[in-house]
Design a protein around this ligand. Structure first.
Ligand code: PHB
Ligand code: FE
Length: 334
């Protein structure tokens, strides 16, 4: 291994070796093994006294892994696909294979292991740094990035060190996140007006009152499927995002969240949170609003780059209150 690749491997991360042909390293995390070749990521685990494995297309795996890392394991479940995923316990994280797949679970061949958050985070970051070659950006739409496939060729630390913007109050306020006015307008948002609001505030309130053009802001987003926290009002978080191609994960909710479709159209596949069985297909057009219940998983598809507002509730202890049945999984009972 050369020094360049070593730099991203923190203490505690286990590398088993490097594939002589593809050039990618193999990683171990507890009883899980992660390896990749030119086309596939392979995840291996032990169950019923023997080895089981699962393959994912390398591009889909890296896009999912990138989200899990950038979101700090997010709220609840991040299913990379119908087999592999993580459950956030906010301090530790479960990594599972088959545990939330009805068929694999019933067959008893699933496996779940809990890790302290820093160890799984360091391992996932090291995998990303090793497995993302030069030119591939796991946050970018497929039409706007190079290939995830082939033998290892260079790396792309700038693409994977980008983190989710988490504003304290609102972009543009003094000492808060920048407005990103220097980013270019995305090719699919060339029709979005770029004017800024005029803010006149009373003398003495300078720096406390602000406004910005959210559509302009989103039209310049260089990432897809990556909600940024753009306004914080007590426990209410507005997390807008721009979407193109497929949400790389099936997110399993541990609370209700709301979707406001700000532009264009997204198709959502909704499944049971526990076993993945299909429940609904929801087509959201500009102006539509939907509540995603606390007992489902969802994955979105967007052909034309679209703008979505994800409205999150950061009230403490919600996961326990939904899990215990104290709160109904739906915000409204009809
Ligand atoms: C979600 O799981 O709710 C989610 C995640 C990423 C997005 C949009 C929605 O870009
Ligand atoms: Fe979600």
């Amino acid at each position: 291994m050369n020094a360049m690749r070593n730099k991203f491997v923190e203490d505690g991360v286990t590398i088993l070796g490097q594939d002589a042909i593809s050039g990618y390293s193999t990683f171990q995390l507890g009883q899980f093994k992660f390896s990749r070749d030119e086309y596939f990521a392979k995840i291996t685990w032990q169950a019923k006294g023997q080895e089981y494995s699962h393959l994912m297309s390398a591009d889909a795996f890296l896009r999912a892994l990138m989200r899990d890392v950038a979101w700090g394991f997010f709220y609840g479940w991040v299913n990379f696909d119908h087999v592999i995923g993580t459950q956030n316990h906010y301090g530790s994280v479960d990594l599972y294979a088959g545990t939330f797949n009805g068929v694999l679970k019933a067959a008893g061949v699933d496996y779940v292991e809990n890790f302290e958050t820093p160890l799984i985070m360091a391992t996932f970051k090291a995998i990303l740094h090793d497995w993302v070659s030069e030119g591939f950006d796991p946050f970018a739409a497929p039409e706007e990035t190079g290939s995830a496939f082939g033998r290892k060729q260079g790396d792309n630390p700038d693409a994977i060190e980008r983190y989710r913007i988490a504003t304290k109050r609102m972009p543009g306020l003094p000492d808060d996140s920048p407005l990103r006015d220097d980013f270019p307008v995305n090719r699919q948002f060339e029709d979005v007006a770029q004017d800024d609001p005029l803010v006149h505030c009373e003398p003495g309130f300078e720096g406390q009152l602000s406004g910005f053009n959210l559509f302009k802001y989103l039209s310049r987003s260089d990432v897809t499927w990556n909600p940024s926290v753009t306004s914080v009002c007590k426990q209410s978080l507005f997390c807008p995002t721009t979407e193109e191609y497929i949400l790389p994960v099936f997110h399993g909710n541990d609370r209700v969240e709301w979707f406001l479709q700000l532009s264009d159209e997204i198709t959502w596949d909704i499944g049971d949170k526990v076993d993945g069985s299909p429940i609904a297909r929801v087509i959201m057009k500009a102006g539509d609003i939907a509540a995603m219940p606390a007992n489902i998983r969802h994955q979105g598809y967007s052909t034309k780059r679209s703008m979505l507002l994800v409205w999150e509730n950061a009230t403490p202890h919600l996961p326990e209150r939904y899990a215990s049945g104290e709160l109904a999984p739906y915000p409204v009972q009809f």
